[in-house]
Design a protein around this ligand. Structure first.
Ligand SMILES: [Zn+2]
Length: 80
């Protein structure tokens, strides 16, 4: 949807882009990284069927990877 500019459900070209940080149903488009940091989440909405996708800007991905990225869970996680 982001790259094709076409709705994957109904093939509509009528897409709406709602920037990250915009209030949506009383809640802003954001994802929490930690207690002090939020990242904006851009929503793409099909203007015909309402299908919605959420995207984090590529410039923000390193911050998410740092916080939530895969770790080597085979060592020292305490689970057996
Ligand atoms: Zn659609």
């Amino acid at each position: 949807m982001k790259n094709t500019h076409t709705c994957p459900k109904c093939n509509s070209l009528d897409l709406l882009s709602i920037p990250g940080g915009t209030t949506w149903n009383g809640r802003p488009n954001k994802v929490m990284v930690n207690s002090f940091k939020w990242l904006p989440v851009t929503r793409l909405v099909c203007g015909d069927c309402g299908y919605t996708e959420e995207w984090i800007e590529s410039s923000d991905l390193p911050k998410l990877k740092k916080q939530f990225g895969s770790k080597d869970r085979s060592i020292g996680d305490g689970f057996v």
